[in-house]
Ligand binder design. Structure first.
Ligand code: FAD
Length: 371
């Protein structure tokens, strides 16, 4: 009897150990937004089997990446034919004659991952990537661990909203673009919108219909001509980056990716005469803010449309960060750790690589060692 119990305990213990043993795989892709899906597309095209040769682990409980979390009235700044991932065009937007809403991008990304049977596992949050045994990278998650030959990090920026520090303290409500849902939440209020990019302009356009708005921008906002859309911005960004890489002078151009695209709501706001920046913010006060021109504004709410930072916390144990908290890369490959790639995030991982149309171009340089 004692022997039988001992053997059972031993078997149980061995089963537990096996259950806890990390699963082995060629490549772990961290994230499940457009950057991860486009990467999956290229790996699959190179002959790798999703779920077997590589796994995609996404912390979100539904497809779409950041697009599923953006406010529902957000419009893309590029038409559908210039917002596509590799392999399959985004279906046309037919609901109105404007640019697609965020939900259209979510539908597209959902269909994309089904179409290519990318077998995204969600919700699975990667908590850390470390140096593992036998020359592999150890990936810990809230649903078990993995040992991988390569890790491709594609975690985006949405989970790390950035709010710059200003002197003073404001006692009213403050929120970031990431928390903004709808203009009606601010009806009848005095609202300051901080930031000079597309998010700020689109939020200002709709909030100004129901609230008294003040727009502050660190530098004068740059509006693109009405006929220039995100496609042109992407082409300009790529040309500038190529010129810089070739050691040529940056020729500038009509705009950069931060310049404001005149989508329908923004054009209408211009026609209502609300698209006027009051210049930079100087400091916060208990009841509002003081601007650089010395004027004081009383406020109920501040909406910070001040951008995001790359979500790289899971990579901290690798200790690869360089200046400005970014991981230096050669193309998409981390300079000090060739088994790690960073996809999406921003220009430092490829020209316009944080955009729908730009990510495919970046991934063409994904080294064959991954495949
Ligand atoms: P995300 O879409 O953020 O996806 C990252 C995924 O990784 C998420 O699903 C997240 O849950 C997951 N994740 C994060 N951390 C972990 C972890 N530790 N473990 C596992 N999973 C994790 N681009 C355009 O081309 N056109 C536009 O019009 C446009 N408009 C934009 C408007 C706004 C307001 C913003 C913020 C961006 C816009 N962009 C636009 C830029 C870009 O297309 C999006 O930011 C896009 O979401 C970036 O895709 P991604 O896959 O890199 O990151």
């Amino acid at each position: 009897m004692a022997l039988h119990l001992a053997v059972s305990a031993c078997r149980r213990r061995s089963r537990q150990l096996n259950a806890q043993a990390p699963r082995e795989v060629g490549t772990v892709i961290v994230g499940g937004g457009q950057a991860a899906l486009a990467t999956g597309f290229y790996l699959r095209r190179a002959g790798l089997t999703p779920g077997q040769d590589f796994v995609i682990l996404d912390a979100s409980d539904r497809p779409g990446g950041a697009w599923a979390k953006m406010w529902p009235t957000l419009r893309t700044f590029s038409p559908t034919q210039h917002s596509s991932l590799p392999g399959w065009m985004m279906p046309p937007w037919t609901a109105d004659d404007g640019y697609p809403l965020a939900a259209h991008v979510v539908d597209y990304l959902t269909q994309y991952e089904n179409r290519y049977e990318l077998a995204v596992r969600r919700p699975v949050r990667v908590t850390s990537v470390r140096y593992g045994d036998r020359g592999r990278l150890a990936v810990s998650t809230d649903h078990g661990d993995w040992l991988a030959d390569n890790v491709i990090s594609a975690t985006g920026t949405w989970s790390r909203p950035f709010i710059p520090k200003y002197p003073g303290h404001f006692a009213g409500r403050q929120l970031h673009t990431a928390q903004y849902r709808r203009a009606s939440d601010f009806a009848g209020q005095r609202v300051m919108i901080v930031g000079g990019g597309n998010s700020a302009a689109q939020i200002l356009a709709e909030v100004s219909e129901v609230a008294e708005t003040t727009w502050v921008t660190p530098r004068p906002p740059r509006f693109l001509p009405d006929e220039v859309d995100g496609r042109a911005l992407f082409e300009i960004a790529t040309a500038r980056r190529r010129a810089r890489d070739a050691g040529q002078t940056d020729t500038g151009g009509v705009g950069g990716l931060g310049d404001i695209v005149m989508v329908d709501t923004v054009r209408k706001a211009r026609d209502r005469n609300v698209l006027h920046s009051r210049g930079p913010l100087h400091q916060l006060t208990k009841h509002g803010a003081r601007l650089y021109d010395g004027s004081q504004v009383d406020l109920d709410t501040i909406i910070w449309c001040t951008g995001f930072r790359p979500a790289l916390q899971h990579l901290a144990p690798l200790d690869l960060r360089g200046p400005h908290g970014l991981i230096p890369t050669e193309g998409t490959q981390a300079r000090k750790e060739p088994r790690l790639h960073l996809i999406g995030y921003g220009d430092w991982t490829g020209p316009a690589s944080a955009t729908l149309i730009g990510i495919g171009q970046t991934l063409r340089t994904l080294p064959t060692t991954i495949k």
